[in-house]
Write a new protein. Structure first.
Length: 140
């Protein structure tokens, strides 16, 4: 299995509820969030000070990239390139698609093609000690 194939299978390896402390190919850890009525919930304790993690997506073969900016604001995007569906990986302060080189801001905004649009964004809220990503009806 090549690196790209391995990266694609990581979310499928995360079965059940809880966290998976495995580092992704791009260096961000994979977490398995609690799924509650169209929302993905991660305890801030599970984030352990991380500024970027991948969350398994309940209805996709690609994860959600959850990122905390220096300002403290969270952003969540579907880690599925809008060009051909490959999984962009964090490289410095960008998400870079390994298939054809599209580049995105960490909040999903398109920087460079061949993708024509940015990544799908999801609303993020902090509720007490949880970070909540709304995936049902929340993508833009």
């Amino acid at each position: 299995m090549d690196r790209r194939g391995f990266c694609r299978t990581l979310p499928a390896l995360a079965v059940g509820v809880g966290t998976l402390g495995t580092a992704a190919c791009g260096g961000a850890a994979y977490l398995v969030p609690r799924s509650v009525g169209g929302r993905l919930v991660v305890s801030t304790a599970d984030l352990a000070g991380a500024t970027a993690v991948f969350l398994t997506h309940p209805s996709s073969d690609r994860p959600i990239f959850l990122h905390r900016a220096a300002s403290g604001e969270w952003s969540a995007v579907h880690a599925r390139c809008t060009h051909r569906g490959c999984q962009p990986e964090p490289v410095g302060e960008r998400l870079v698609c390994p298939c054809h080189g599209s580049e995105f801001e960490l909040d999903g905004a398109l920087l460079e093609g061949p993708a024509a649009t940015g990544l799908t964004r999801y609303p993020v809220a902090v509720d007490g000690t949880d970070v909540v990503v709304t995936v049902a009806g929340g993508g833009s």
